[in-house]
Design a protein around this ligand. Structure first.
Ligand code: BGC
Ligand code: ZN
Length: 388
């Protein structure tokens, strides 16, 4: 389906100047399979008050399960005043222009933008908008704010993080990496309760983009890692796990709880399968004093039977912790950049191997979503919006 939005449908940029139009990939939230090409006025540096605008030319945008759910009408909302939502939250671009009061960035810098924008809670006010307690949250490309699958965006430098030019080939992986950085940082913060915590063994459940990036970050922290996936080895994902010096196991042969007996005890488990029943298996696979990080956004309504007495008893007797994690604030983007550099030093070329499925040109939105839903062996599907 294609719909071109006339400039008269969109908020006008001023009666005297005719805005330049640009293409964008959008959906009509609530209508399944509504991905289409829209047109929007090109943003300007002056859209952000106080001379604080940063205009970014979009180069690449990754897509993930969240985008799949948004196009399936299971998730996502349009900004106020629009019936469509520009999708895309995993951005990578180059600064084109900055306002007179921007000192942090300059034209030519490579950048990635954060996803969530602050609401009203205390956590939002101190820059930790990823921890908001507001019921309504604002996320570019996901909820109530347009995203990055377009030619340009403008924002405040507070939400834009510089990526060194040496990482430009893999910069589009920064946003999914930040989700991992937040989860693992939070786990370490929580474990300060133990006074002394020397985690040795970790399990990652799920071997998709987030699972692979969690394996990387835990290896960079020096842990022995076992990554569990569904697909039997060898295949690209298990090769990538092994290239990090981690172990790959398929849950078909070795269910998680048995895996813990064989390769544990696990001091930390990072769950990233998108399949909620596994969370309860992970609870049973966690070692004493361990921490379980849950990161799967599961929009469905699935129900399962679980051995509740046993899970509860072992959690209580083992002083275990389980924590949910979503989104990431600026701090985790900065940590992510450092870990990307660390990764290139320890495992050169590893990150680029995740970029399996490029699609060129916003007009090929159908191909992008087709690959996202159907491509066999895909790790990261992304749109090459423009050449550098
Ligand atoms: C995004 C996060 C976001 C979450 C929930 C994920 O796909 O990467 O930034 O907070 O979806 O909307
Ligand atoms: Zn995402």
């Amino acid at each position: 389906m294609t719909r071109i939005l006339e400039s008269s449908d969109a908020p006008s940029a001023g009666a005297d100047t005719k805005p330049q139009l640009m293409k964008a990939i959008a959906v009509f939230p609530g209508r399944p399979d509504s991905v289409h090409l829209a047109q929007l006025p090109k943003p300007r540096v002056s859209d952000i008050p106080g001379g604080r605008g940063v205009l970014v030319k979009v180069l690449r945008v990754g897509v993930d399960g969240t985008d799949k759910e948004i196009n399936a009408a299971e998730y996502g909302a349009a900004p106020e005043g629009y019936d469509f939502l520009v999708t895309g939250h995993e951005s990578f671009g180059r600064v084109e222009a900055v306002g007179e009061n921007v000192t942090e960035l300059r034209p030519g810098d490579y950048v990635v933008a954060t996803v969530r924008r602050p609401g009203k809670s205390l956590y939002d006010l101190i820059g930790t908008y990823d921890m908001t307690t507001d019921d309504t949250y604002f996320e570019r490309g996901i909820n109530l704010r347009h995203g990055y699958l377009t030619e340009y965006y403008v924002d405040d430098p507070e939400y834009i993080v510089k990526v060194p030019a040496g990482l430009k080939q893999v910069g589009v992986l920064l946003e999914p990496l930040t989700v991992v950085e937040k989860g693992i940082t939070q786990a370490y913060e929580i474990q300060r309760r133990l006074r002394v915590w020397r985690p040795r063994r970790a399990a990652v459940v799920g071997a998709g983009t987030v699972g692979l990036l969690a394996t990387l970050v835990l290896r960079l922290r020096g842990l022995e890692v076992t990554t569990f996936g569904r697909t039997p080895r060898p295949y690209l994902n298990s090769d990538l796990v092994e290239a990090l010096g981690a172990r790959y196991e398929t849950t078909v042969d070795l269910p998680l709880v048995e895996g813990a007996r064989k390769h544990g005890p696990f001091d930390l488990i990072f769950e990233a399968t998108g399949f909620s029943p596994i969370a309860f298996e992970a609870m049973q696979a966690l070692g004493k004093n361990g921490v379980l990080v849950l990161s799967s956004v599961t929009g469905g309504d699935r129900k399962v039977e679980i051995p509740s007495d046993r899970i509860n008893l072992e959690f209580v007797l083992g002083n275990k912790v389980m924590v949910g994690t979503v989104n990431a604030n600026r701090e985790y983007f900065e940590t992510g950049v450092r870990d990307m550099a660390h990764s290139e030093a320890d495992y050169p070329g590893w990150l680029a191997r995740l970029l399996t499925h490029p699609v060129k040109g916003l007009e090929n939105y159908a191909e992008l979503f087709d690959k996202l839903t159907h491509a066999k062996g895909a790790i990261k599907v992304y749109m090459q919006v423009a050449e550098d």
